[in-house]
Design a protein around this ligand. Sequence first.
Ligand SMILES: *Cc1c(COP(=O)(O)O)cnc(C)c1O
Length: 399
Amino acid sequence: MQSSSRDRLHEITAGTHAAIDLDAYETNLNVLRTIAGRDRSLMAIVKANAYGHGAIQCAESAARAGAAFLGVARIDEALQLRRAGIERPVLIVGPPNTAQIDLALASNVQLTVSTEAAFDHVAAAAQRMNAPASVHLKVDTGLHRYGALPDLAVSLARRMAESEWIDFRGIYTHFSSSDERDPEPTNDQIAIMQRVLDQLEKQDLTPEYVHVANSAGIIERFFNQTNLVRAGIASYGLDPSDDVPVDTRFKPVMSVHSVLARRFVLAQGEPVSYNRTYRAERDEPTATVPIGYADGIERHLSNTGWFSHKGRRCPIRGRVCMDQTVIGVPEDAEEGDLVTIFGDGSNDEMTINELARMCSTNTYEIPVRVAARVPRIFLRSGEPVAWSVPLLGEHGSFS
Ligand SMILES: *Cc1c(COP(=O)(O)O)cnc(C)c1O
C-alpha cells in the first residue's frame, strides 16, 4: 500500500489534479468557531463531496478541528463517511429518501423530519430496528423549499417528544438571504423561528440543539438563542457572496493544477481550437493543457480566463474544450511544466471568488463542479498526506 501510494502521488501530480490544503480548512473552521463563540458547537457541512474538496478527508479533518457534527444532503453521503470509519454525529440536512431510512438508522445517521409522512416513516423504521431514531425538525421560516410551517412545526415537535421511537435532538431553519447586505429578510425569518421556539419552551419541548446560521449567518452573527452553527462555504475559505465576503483570516482550501502537455509555436494568423475564435497576432509560444469543461473549468472562460505559469498569466486561447484548453505561454515554458488553473491568487492565478464573478455564478458552484475524474492530493504543512481518485473510488494516505 505504501509504495503504491507513492506511485500514486507521482502519477497524480504529473497531470491534472486538485490540491486540498487541510491546514487551511482547519484554520477556517477554527475562525468560524471563534466567531460563533464558546457556547455554540459547529456542524461542518461536507455535502457534495465537501463542496468538491473530498468528503472523507475533510470530515476527518473537521473532526480533528473539533466539529461536533457533520452535515450532508443525502443518505449515501452519510454512508460514505460511516464506511470510511468516521463516527462523528452526522445529520442529513434535507428531506431523506424514504426508501433509505432503514439504512440511515442502521448507520446511526440523524435525520431531518418536517412532515407528518416523514415522521411516520422514520418512527416505523425505528420501531422495526427496535432503537429510537435521532431526528432534527426543520422549520420553514421563508426559504420555502421544504420544512414544516410554524403551526405544523409545533405539533410535530409535540409528537416527537411523545414518541418512544423518536429521539427529538434538534430544531433548525435555513436562511434565504443571509448573504445579502439587507438584514431584514433574515431578521424576519429569525422572528418566525423565535415564535416557534417560544411555544416549544412553554410546553417544555425544546430539544438539545437549536440551529439557524449558515456561513453568511455566522459571519453576520445571526445566532440568537442557538447553540449550533452550520458552516459550509466559508470553511472552504470562499466568500458566501460579494456582499458578505470572508475576512483575511480565511484561506482558500482548493487549488487546481495541470501540466503543459504540448508546447508549440502558433504561427502568426493561425487559428486555434474549435470554431477558430482566436488567431495568433504574431508567432506565439502556445501550449495545450489537459483540462477542460468536463473537469469543471467553465467553457465561459474561452478567450477570457487565464492559467498561471510560475507566477505569470497565460491567457486562454480560443474555446475551452471538453478535455483540453490551449493557452499562450512565456518563451521559457516547457512541456511537463505545471500550471495553476485557480488557487489563492498568490501567483497571479485566478481565484474561485474571481471565477464566480467571471462566470456569473456563486463561489459554491466552482469547486463543486471539479469533476470526479480530477484526482485530489491532500496537504498538511505543504506536504502530501493523502490522495483520492474519486472516479475509481480509491483513496489512501502517506502516513
Ligand atoms: C448547505 C447548507 C448549509 C451550508 O451553507 P453555507 O452557505 O455553505 O455555509 C447550511 N445549512 C443547510 C440546511 C444547508 O443545506
